[in-house]
Design a protein around this ligand. Structure first.
Ligand SMILES: C[S@@+](CC[C@H](N)C(=O)[O-])C[C@H]1O[C@@H](n2cnc3c(N)ncnc32)[C@H](O)[C@@H]1O
Length: 211
């Protein structure tokens, strides 16, 4: 299954138990992001899922705009942080994001958010996401995008065609993931970001040029 809304609606109930990194890895992974934020910053959590990052971001006194396609993931995110500092918006990252131009001081896409693009043209998806990211970022906004590593996918998942892989979650949900070289994803997003290790693979980290 690659439709992210259907896929993560099906996974939401067990996401935290079987799919997400541990609380310790989450805290460790977020530290280099949190130290780059200032109180009052507007942080877009693209593909926010169950809102694992929300409490950490709220504690840093920033405003959070969480975007996700999955109603069930967003429902869990609502339970996680019920504060005016967090807004949750349902949208497809491949389409226009429901945000103003230049609103974001930071955009995060944590833990393989971009690994489930449309089968038909995954590269068009990355270009569309890159265009929206550039539109909503102010110049110099922080960008952090976590990407799975091809070596991990080859070792851990069932290979399909090309850069596509598959695995079946304990509840029986089949997950298809697109895991090309991270450098190619960053280039397709139109960004110049450094690739650093993180708990779930590599993190593309850097600053947006804005429009
Ligand atoms: C693996 S989860 C990561 C969630 C969260 N960022 C975290 O760190 O736990 C991927 C999330 O991205 C969302 N997602 C994936 N593709 C999307 C798309 N095209 N549009 C909107 N949300 C998408 C899924 O619904 C899911 O909640």
């Amino acid at each position: 299954m690659t439709d992210p809304a259907a896929l993560f609606d099906a996974l939401a109930a067990r996401y935290e138990r079987s799919f997400a990194p541990s609380h310790r890895d989450t805290a460790r992974d977020l530290a280099p992001i949190l130290e780059r934020l200032r109180p009052g910053d507007v942080v877009v959590d693209a593909g926010c899922g169950t809102g694992r990052a929300f409490p950490h971001l709220v504690a840093r006194d920033v405003r959070v705009l969480g975007l996700d396609a999955s109603r069930s993931m967003l429902a869990q995110a609502a339970a996680r942080a019920s504060t005016d500092a967090v807004a949750r918006l349902r949208c497809d990252l491949a389409a226009r994001w429901p945000l103003r131009d230049g609103v974001a001081d930071a955009v995060l896409a944590l833990h393989a958010v971009l690994a489930h693009p449309p089968r038909a043209d995954p590269w068009a998806f990355f270009r569309a996401v890159g265009a929206e990211l550039a539109r909503v970022c102010r110049s110099g906004a922080l960008v952090a995008i976590d990407l799975p590593e091809p070596a991990w996918a080859r070792a851990s998942l069932e290979p399909l065609d090309g850069d596509w892989y598959r695995h079946v979650e304990p509840g029986g949900v089949a997950v298809e993931a697109f895991v090309p070289a991270p450098e190619r994803v960053v280039a397709a997003l139109g960004l110049e970001l450094a690739l650093l290790p993180c708990a779930t693979g590599l993190r593309a980290l850097g600053r947006a040029k804005g429009r």
